[in-house]
Write a protein that binds this ligand. Structure first.
Ligand code: 13P
Length: 252
């Protein structure tokens, strides 16, 4: 991996204040290791407390609205996330695309709003099992990238991370064959370079979907896999730090 591996925990709709103890333990563990970037995306209700409690680990949101403020009951804007201490936001997760009908167009509008507010973004893409079985996986992901990514990266590659998360691998314990991960990440890289030129070569591309301590090293060794987006295994310090360690972090 050309750059430091980036390991991101997505807590999804999990966690109340007692779980901040795990986040603190993750922060301490990350602080004892160098050579890896670590981040956590808790539910909105914990963003501020977590951002105040952690020092090494970046804290982010799991979604934001495309507008900075207004009559959007229940939504949270990008400037609000910044105000709460967030440094990044996950956008276009397949659970939001499925549960809330989010379209590529909406994801792009959110991406533009988040970058405008000063957040870096993690844009998620991935095919369903039916799409893979039909031989469409790469085409589906390329179309999601085409529709969801911001037109430009004014501040460069560090503003954007892409997460490839096959829908059928999320929370199932199933992971794609290494060859399939490799082929998809190569395709994503090609799309990024076509779109952003030189900056596209430096955008981190994460793999997500049933990453755990046992399979992390193999997945992270795949060319163009720049890190992992981790769901279930990010909820405890033990399981998450094992993945951080597998990412090649040095331990003092
Ligand atoms: P799991 O690691 O629980 O499969 O979730 C992956 C994911 O959706 C992370 O965003």
């Amino acid at each position: 991996m050309a750059q430091q591996p980036f390991i991101v925990g997505n807590w999804k709709m999990n966690g109340t204040r007692p779980l901040l103890a795990e986040a603190r333990a993750i922060d301490r563990g990350a602080g004892r290791r160098s050579g890896v970037r670590v981040a956590l995306a808790p539910p909105f209700t914990l963003v501020m407390a977590m951002a105040e409690a952690l020092g090494e680990v970046a804290v982010g949101g799991q979604d934001c609205h495309a507008a900075p403020s207004g009559a959007h009951t229940g939504d949270v804007s990008a400037p609000m996330l910044v105000d709460a201490g967030a440094q990044f936001v996950i956008l276009g997760h397949s659970e939001r695309r499925a549960d809330h009908g989010e379209t590529d167009e909406q994801v792009r509008a959110k991406a533009d709003a988040a970058i405008e507010a000063g957040l870096s973004i993690i844009v998620c893409v991935g095919e369903t099992e039916a799409q893979r079985d039909a031989g469409d996986a790469e085409g589906v992901v390329a179309a999601q990238l085409e529709g969801s990514l911001p037109a430009a990266l004014p501040e460069g590659a560090s503003e954007l991370t892409v997460a490839y998360e096959p829908v059928w691998a999320i929370g199932t314990g199933r992971v794609p064959a290494v060859a399939d991960v490799s082929a998809m990440h190569a395709r994503i890289r090609q799309e990024l370079v076509t779109r952003y030129g030189e900056a596209g070569a430096d955008v981190a591309i994460l793999y997500g979907g049933s990453v755990n301590a046992a399979n992390a090293a193999e997945l992270l060794a795949v060319p163009e896999v720049g890190g992992a987006l981790v769901g279930g295994a990010s909820l405890t310090a033990d399981s998450f730090l094992a993945i951080v360690l597998a990412a090649g972090a040095d331990q003092d």
